[in-house]
Each structure stands twice: as structure tokens, then as C-alpha cells.
Design a protein around this ligand. Structure first.
Ligand code: GLN
Ligand code: ZN
Length: 763
């Protein structure tokens, strides 16, 4: 890796394989169908292919240790010996069995330890990737249990490929970890952790690694002075006997952490120029510091404007010297699919607008070439990019005048219900005549093997449309009959026809495209194919009305219309980069609003608009919250406010932590909100009481994340806790979330107990 000319760098490549090889290898191993050797073989094969691809594409700086069998945060925890008790680890190397027990729970050693729970999982910054949360105790000690970064570095070296190993930095690692046993700040363990990192870095240096990439994305968060000081301390310790350090910040701008970042004794600094800007970087950075400019979007799938990027970066290269600049993606390419070329069914024009991981490597190489040898040297790449960008900008598939005109005409009145809640709810009570503590569920019923099999057969053409519809009608009718039989008050149709709560709507809206192979890791072996929103969003025709009508025709009790909200659809998709997110969100809101209107017209008295992903869209920095919550709440209100006072709007949010956003939740003005509260023993309700939340609430009393069937007493106890915090007349009784991941044998008794618990309260 010589540095005499400007280099294209990769910060990390997707691990999953273009054909999802890792998923299949993992699942076969977990099912006992193949052994560890086969799994490790697949893993090695994927690493080799990734290195070779990056090399062939002209990437000068290729990462190693970006590969993980499950999760890179888990790898780090395991490597430093941060393994809680109960996973069969007694020191030394960590077995695959213990590793997967940490990741997934389950049996360790087949016997004595019994069922072990998995580590908690949470979102990696504001991505849709989930990492396993390391658990640390106050008396935690650390030890190097393995040298995966070194092993992978050497593995690449043996193939003749010099790599830059990637490790997760100690400060971000501790910041992501969770205190267990007592209340302390994991960052206080830094001095115990640093020797382990120092040992690893020294070994990498001895093995010949010239550079190492240390990821510290925590540098883009709001940090306290102590946290900033921890960075200064950590890198003062680590810089001593280590390869040259490329310290990578990403997912935003360092902002007020920039001065700290630039004061660290490292050889290079990576900044995200897609979500952040240069700010004062060029003025403040010491002249010998290598700058890695993250200019290719690692979080989205649009083809880059090579010419514009070269124009933007050329003065920087001239100012600092090509040897001191690297061109990189904004972050690891983990968050984008691998190869657009596999998409043989995408519309050809659309396909040219896209860039997945492989294409981004080509873009990086072209940019490095153009910046070191002039635009003429990469004229072909530039003109292909220009043509694609021009075609996208002019496409009639992207711009829909009807949508823009409608959006421009939206007024505050469109976002407001006709009357205040107090008046509406009285009318709704008169219309619905529900008992006290009304019971309902969140929408989906078990997506059984039979349901998935029928869907797969239909998609393959093995089952015709009529037969498939007939099958779904039977499932729906059975679900309705079951709900009536056990005495639920407000019914749902069960969502059997839906593959996914976002995809189902995206497939029926214009402006959305779907890939065949565009998988992105969500966690472990779970991958998702996010929809691509490429154009103005509109709803050509009703999407859910026929299913609602069918379900309602089977019962006298109210069946809820069931929709996914605009913020959730937005947050779980790849979104346009040519208009603001807020604008796309408002377009989706108008489309779903039409569906709300059609459901109401068809007779639905209750319509639920799920916003499962509203909270996770919060910007990483608190300074961005107000703006986001402003337009997100506006979008929800625009979706929900076209109905008459007598129509009851529900929303559902399956998460905790409402304290800091409760005012925004209240501003959504849904008549009823259902939330997840059972695991926290109703503690989460405190947000709703401290603030005096005005509308009705269904705090979940049945933890649907577990196969365990709660008994009636347990739910009664939760309801008693809820009644201490909320007036009886506000209270609904429901599970935490949809039941699609559960089996009927769990759902049936659990819901029977739930209805009994509610009835007992009424009595
Ligand atoms: N209505 C959806 C369901 O029940 C809601 C899912 C969710 O909030 N994640 O499946
Ligand atoms: Zn939910």
C-alpha cells in the first residue's frame, strides 16, 4: 500500500455473500445439517472473494476483519473476553457454541447450563443493522481471547493481499455496552480494556500491518466532556506501539467533537462527507494527517455524480497533496446490497441510476483515478454517470405533477381532526359501544409454515391467484371466528396476505421498486430487502379495502382497518436523495390518507396506522430531533386526519422509551395508541402519566417476543399496575405487538387469558 498517489479505500464490505451464502451456511450449521468445518469454509470463501473483488476493482486500501459470522460488536466483546456468566466460557478461546449462544440464546454444552438467553440486540446507530449489546459488570476484567483481526490479516496476506484490519474502537465499544448488576458507566472500565487493545495492535504491527482502521462512530454523537476526554486518553495509550491508525468517524459530522478528533495522535482520520460536511476540517487538520474523505454514500443506493465529486474534491487534493488523501465510502458498505448486476428484472433505466456495493467500488476507483490523473483519464466512467444522472433527473417515472400539486395545496386543516379528542371520543364511544377495558390485538396472526408455503407457491406460479386468494380467505375467516369465539371486542383480519408491513404497501404504491437480490443484513442471518423509493409516491388504487371488507363480512364486531404509517414506510426504505426525506414522507402520507378515506367509506369504524419505526428515525444528535419530529408528526396527522369524528384512529408503536418524545406522540393525536410495556412491567407507562397523555392507551400485557404463554394472573397484575397510572376509561387491553412470529398453540391460550383478565376487571 504505497501512499504516493491518491488511494481509493474501502471501510468494510458486506459479509453476507451476493447469494446469501452466509445465511444458508449458518442456518444449516444451526440446524445440525452441516458441521463447523463447512461453515468456516464458506466464511473463508466469502472473505477471499470480497478481498479479490475489491482488489480487481482497483481499491488500494482493502479492509480485513470486516467479516463476521454474526456481528462485529459481538466479535469485539468475545475477543476482549467480555462474556457474561452462563455461556460456558471458562477462559481462553471462545467456542463457536458459546459465540452463537451469546448471539441467539439456546443450549450451551447440550446440558448442564440449560436454556441461555441471548444478549440483547439493538440498532447500530441509526441504521437498520442490529448489534448485540455487550454486557459488562463493574468488576469486569478483560483478556484477549482470540486474535481474529490478526488471523484475517494474515489470511489475506497469504493470498498476496495487503489489508488494513478494521477494529471497533474501545470508546465506542464501551459506549455501546450496557452495565449489568450495578449502576455504573461502562466507560469507567476503559483503563482495564486498553491493555487488551494495545496487545492486539502491537501484534498487528509485528505481523507487518502498516495501517489499522479503528472505527469510532461514537465521535458523531453528542458527547460529554468526560467522553471526549476518554478519546484523548485512549489514543494516547494506544498510539504507542501500533500500526498507523486511521480513525474512522461516520454516520454524521464530528461537529463539536472535531477538535478532539483532530487532536488525537493518529496518522489518519476518516470523515463522512455524505451526512456531514468538511466544516473547519481542512483548516484545523495538521498538514501531515491523512484524510479519508467518505464521499460515496454507504447508506444509500444511488449512483454518484462523479464529475461533481471530482470538482468538489480537487481543490482539497491540491491543497493537501494526493498522498494525504483517500477517497472512501461514507461508512462500511455493510448497509447496502452487493450487486446491481444481479437485478435482471429491474427496469433498465432505473437500474442505471443505482449503485450497490460492487458499483460503489467502481465509483471509488474512478474517483481516485480522476483526482490523481484528471477527469480525462476516467472519461468513460464520468460520461456513464452523467447519462444516468440526466436520465434520472428527467424521468417521468420520478416526477409526478399531480403529486407535487397536491402536496403544495396541503394546509394545516388537512392535518387536523375536525373536533378535539374529548368531543371525538364521546361520539366514538356512542358508535362503538365497547365494554370497559376493550380487548384487541395489534394486527397480525401467526404466519404459519402453511401461510409462507402458499405465498411461496403463488410467487413461483405454482399456485394460481384464485387458489391463493381462497387460501388466504380461509385463514382470515378462521382468524375472525377464533377472535369471536374467545370474545375479543375489536377484531383484526390477521394480515395473512402481507409478506411484510412495508413491502406490502410499497408493492402497491407508485414510486417504489423492489429488488430480487438486494439483501442487507439486519442482524445475524436475518437479511432484509428494503424497498427503493425512486419517484413521487402515489396510490393508484385501494390496497387493503377488499381484505378488510371480507373480514368484516364475517362478523358483527368491528374489524380494524390496518395500515402502515408514512414514517415507518420511509424509515425502512432506501429513500430518494434528490428531494428531502420530509417531502417523500408527506407524499406517502397522502397516499395512505387516501386508503384511510376508502376504508372509512367502506364502513370501517376503527383504522389503525402503525408507526413501528417512528422513534428509530430520530437523528443521532439531539439538535436534529425537533425538525424530524415536526415533519414526522405532521405526516402522521396528514394520514389520519381526513376522517370524521366518529371514526376512531389507532396507532401502534412497539418499543419503549417514550419519555423524551412523549409530546410528539401526543401531538399525533391518535384516538388510541397501543405500545409495548409488558417486559418493563408497565414502567414505560410513566412517560404517559408524568405528562398527562390525553388520549386512550393500550399498554401491552402479553410479551409476544417470547414463546411463553402468560397466565391470567400475570396479565391481571400488569393491568393492575396500569390502572395505578391511567384512568380506567382510557385503558385498552392488548398484546405488545403483532403475533405473526408466534404459533397458534401459544397465541390461542395467551389471548384467552387476556380476554379473561379484561373481563374480570369489568366484573
Ligand atoms: N400491525 C402489525 C402487526 O401486527 C404491526 C407490527 C409492528 O408494529 N412491528 O404485525
Ligand atoms: Zn409492534
Amino acid at each position: 500500500m504505497s501512499n504516493d498517489k491518491l488511494a481509493a479505500a474501502s471501510l468494510g464490505f458486506p459479509r453476507i455473500g451476493a447469494r446469501r451464502e452466509l445465511k444458508f451456511a449458518l442456518e444449516s450449521f444451526w440446524a445440525g445439517k452441516s458441521g463447523a468445518a463447512a461453515l468456516l469454509d464458506t466464511a473463508e470463501h466469502l472473505r477471499r472473494r470480497n478481498w479479490l473483488t475489491q482488489q480487481e476493482k482497483g481499491i488500494a486500501i482493502i479492509p480485513s476483519n470486516d467479516f463476521s459470522l454474526y456481528d462485529h460488536v459481538l466479535d469485539t466483546a468475545v475477543m476482549v473476553g467480555a462474556i457474561p456468566e452462563g455461556y460456558g466460557w471458562t477462559g481462553g478461546a471462545v467456542s463457536l457454541e458459546s459465540y452463537f449462544a451469546l448471539a441467539r440464546g439456546g443450549e450451551v454444552c447440550g446440558h448442564s447450563h440449560g436454556e441461555t438467553r441471548a444478549l440483547e440486540m439493538t440498532k447500530w446507530f441509526d441504521t437498520n443493522y442490529h448489534y448485540l449489546v455487550p454486557e459488562l459488570t463493574e468488576d469486569q476484567t478483560f483478556a484477549l481471547t482470540g486474535t481474529k483481526p490478526l488471523d484475517h490479516y494474515l489470511e489475506a496476506k497469504a493470498l498476496g493481499i495487503e489489508t488494513r484490519p478494521v477494529i471497533l474502537g474501545p470508546v465506542t465499544f464501551l459506549k455501546l455496552a450496557k452495565a449489568r448488576g450495578s449502576d455504573f458507566t461502562p466507560l469507567s472500565l476503559l483503563d482495564r480494556l486498553l491493555p487488551v487493545y494495545a496487545d492486539l495492535l502491537s501484534r498487528l504491527k509485528q505481523a507487518g500491518a502498516e495501517w489499522v482502521q479503528i472505527d469510532e462512530p461514537a465521535l458523531v454523537l453528542d458527547l460529554t466532556d468526560e467522553e471526549r476526554a476518554a478519546f484523548v486518553h485512549a489514543y494516547a495509550v494506544l498510539a504507542g506501539d501500533a500500526p498507523k491508525i486511521m480513525l474512522a468517524s461516520y454516520f454524521g459530522a464530528p461537529g463539536d467533537n472535531l477538535t478532539t478528533l483532530l487532536s488525537l495522535p493518529v496518522a489518519g482520520v476518516h470523515v463522512d462527507l455524505v451526512r456531514g460536511t468538511l466544516d473547519s476540517l481542512l483548516d484545523e487538520a495538521p498538514s501531515g494527517l491523512v484524510l479519508s474523505l467518505g464521499i460515496i454514500d454507504g447508506r444509500n443506493i444511488w449512483r454518484a455524480d462523479l464529475s461533481a465529486i471530482i470538482d468538489r474534491l480537487a481543490p482539497i487534493v491540491a491543497r493537501r497533496g494526493a498522498a494525504n488523501i483517500q477517497i472512501a465510502p461514507s461508512c462500511s458498505l455493510l448497509h447496502v446490497p452487493i450487486d446491481v448486476e444481479l437485478e435482471t428484472e429491474l427496469e433498465p433505466a432505473l437500474k442505471t441510476w443505482l449503485s450497490f456495493a460492487n458499483q460503489k467500488l467502481d465509483e471509488l476507483a474512478a474517483l481516485a483515478g480522476g483526482l490523481s490523473r484528471g477527469k480525462a483519464a476516467v472519461a468513460e466512467a464520468i460520461s456513464a454517470a452523467d447519462a444516468a444522472i440526466a436520465s434520472r433527473a428527467a424521468s417521468a417515472r420520478v416526477h409526478n405533477d399531480v403529486v407535487s400539486a397536491r402536496l403544495a395545496a396541503v394546509t394545516e386543516a388537512d392535518r387536523s381532526r375536525k373536533s378535539p379528542f374529548a368531543e371525538r371520543i364521546a361520539l366514538q364511544h356512542d358508535r362503538l359501544k365497547l365494554p370497559a377495558f376493550p380487548t384487541t390485538t395489534i394486527g397480525s396472526f401467526p404466519q404459519t409454515a402453511a401461510v409462507r408455503k402458499a405465498r411461496a407457491a403463488f410467487n413461483k406460479g405454482a399456485l394460481d391467484a384464485d387458489a391463493y386468494r381462497g387460501f388466504l380467505e380461509d385463514e382470515t375467516a378462521t382468524a375472525i371466528a377464533f377472535q369471536e369465539e374467545i370474545g375479543l371486542d375489536v377484531l383484526v383480519h390477521g394480515e395473512f396476505e402481507r409478506n411484510d408491513m412495508v413491502q406490502y404497501f410499497g408493492e402497491q404504491l407508485s414510486g417504489f421498486a423492489f429488488t430480487k437480490h438486494g439483501w442487507v443484513q439486519s442482524y445475524g442471518s436475518r437479511y432484509v430487502r428494503p424497498p427503493i423509493i425512486f419517484g413521487d409516491v402515489a396510490r393508484p388504487q385501494p390496497m387493503t379495502v377488499a381484505w378488510w371488507q371480507f373480514a368484516q363480512s364475517k362478523t358483527e364486531r368491528p374489524v380494524k382497518g390496518m395500515l402502515t404509517g408514512p414514517v415507518t414506510i420511509l424509515n425502512w426504505s432506501f429513500v430518494r436523495d434528490d428531494i428531502p426525506r420530509s417531502e417523500t414522507c408527506a407524499q406517502i402520507a397522502l397516499a395512505i390518507r387516501d386508503e384511510v378515506a376508502d376504508l372509512e367509506k367502506a364502513g370501517a369504524a376503527i383504522i389503525q396506522i402503525d408507526e413501528a419505526a417512528l422513534r428509530e428515525g430520530l437523528p443521532l444528535r439531539k439538535s436534529g430531533w425537533k425538525d424530524y419530529l415536526g415533519w414526522a408528526v405532521d405526516a402522521f396527522r396528514l394520514t389520519a386526519s381526513g376522517v370524521s369524528d366518529e371514526t376512531q384512529i389507532h396507532t401502534h408503536m412497539c418499543y419503549s422509551e417514550f419519555n423524551d418524545i412523549i409530546e410528539a406522540i401526543a401531538a399525533m393525536d391518535a384516538d388510541v395508541i397501543s405500545i409495548e410495556t409488558s417486559r418493563s412491567k408497565m414502567e414505560l407507562l410513566d412517560a404517559f402519566t408524568g405528562f398527562d397523555y390525553p388520549n386512550e392507551i393500550g399498554p401491552g400485557v402479553y410479551d409476544i417476543h417470547s414463546p411463553r404463554v402468560p397466565d391470567r394472573a400475570e396479565m391481571t397484575e400488569l393491568l393492575t399496575l396500569a390502572r395505578k397510572r391511567l384512568a380506567d376509561r382510557k385503558l385498552w387491553v392488548n398484546p405488545d405487538c403483532g403475533l405473526k412470529t408466534r404459533g397458534w398453540d401459544e397465541v390461542k391460550p395467551a389471548l384467552v387469558h387476556m380476554v379473561e383478565a379484561a373481563k374480570a376487571l369489568r366484573g
